[in-house]
Design a protein around this ligand. Structure first.
Ligand SMILES: [Zn+2]
Ligand SMILES: [Zn+2]
Length: 291
């Protein structure tokens, strides 16, 4: 099978000349046949970086959204304006809910920006709100909703469904992308609000307990305390990843902790960083059970 390449189009840091950074994440996935956009960043750097990195947004076949926060969905109008064909957009239904960050009584709207919501109404879109695992293109899957058995990784934070801060947002919309390679699974995270360990455990469960080869994306550890960082680093060792690329909301503290724990495995992310893989076919465990 031909190469599957992941190019980081939006991230909090820059890794390639002539690219720009923002607080957000977007990844461009190319295979021999398909162009997939995983998240869109805030939209301030998407078009610029795509051009600088020769990632043709007009050729995108599908957009997968990891969750509904503005720093992953704000670039939807940019991506959809560039599209030359009908685009399939995959997301968990809860991604469309109102989302706020409330700290000290101050609410900030952090859900899909109005322009992104409007863009989803365009006629050149096929919207696929799906809460379960789904094959996006042959061999590339979204996880859908991720089970969360470990209290150590329970989502904490300032996220609410209402501006008054009464109803916490469990962010059930949070999901990851994954595919298989001869060396093991590659997992692409948005913000990992469900927890990176929860995500990896669930992906292995879906993928017949194949080993984890690479983990790329946001790990949401920028505000994690020392105990949480130590727990995540220790749990990650169980999976023996051969490539760890913490991006976006992993934060400086999170990246430092992981780099100490995985000195030979970690590679920095950043806009323009590229990661080529050799994908191989994969059928989900759950699919095998249903005749
Ligand atoms: Zn988020
Ligand atoms: Zn984020």
């Amino acid at each position: 099978m031909s190469t599957l390449q992941i190019t980081i189009l939006a991230d909090n840091h820059v890794a390639h000349r002539q690219t720009l950074a923002e607080h957000g994440l977007a990844c461009f996935i190319t295979t021999g046949k398909h162009r997939i956009l995983f998240d869109t960043g805030q939209g301030q750097v998407l078009a610029h970086n795509a051009q600088a990195l020769n990632c043709d947004l007009s050729q995108v076949d599908a957009i997968v959204l990891s969750h509904g926060h503005y720093d992953h969905t704000g670039g939807l109008p940019v991506a959809l304006a560039a599209a030359s064909k009908t685009i399939d957009v995959y997301l968990h239904p809860a991604a469309l809910e109102s989302k706020y960050s409330v700290t000290a009584g101050q609410a900030r709207d952090i859900g899909l920006p109005p322009a992104a919501r409007a863009a989803l109404q365009q006629p050149n879109i096929r919207l696929h709100p799906t809460s379960g695992p789904l094959e996006i293109i042959p061999g590339l899957f979204q996880t859908g909703e991720i089970p969360r058995p470990h209290p150590e990784e329970t989502a904490t934070g300032t996220f609410y469904l209402d501006a008054n801060g009464k109803t916490p947002d469990p962010l059930w919309d949070d999901q990851a992308l994954f595919f298989d390679t001869p060396a093991g699974l590659v997992v692409l995270l948005g913000c990992a609000h469900a927890g990176v360990i929860h995500t990896l455990e669930y992906v292995r469960q879906l993928a017949d307990q194949r080993p984890i080869h690479a983990v790329i994306g946001g790990m949401h550890l920028s505000r994690a305390n020392t105990a949480k960082l130590a727990w995540v680093a220790e749990q990650l060792q169980r999976f023996r990843p051969q490539l760890l690329v913490p991006a976006h909301c992993t934060g400086a503290r999170g990246i430092a902790a992981l780099w100490n724990a995985f000195p030979d495995t970690l590679r920095p992310a950043g806009t323009g960083a590229t990661f080529p893989f050799t994908p191989q076919p994969l059928s989900l465990t759950t699919e095998k059970e249903t005749p």
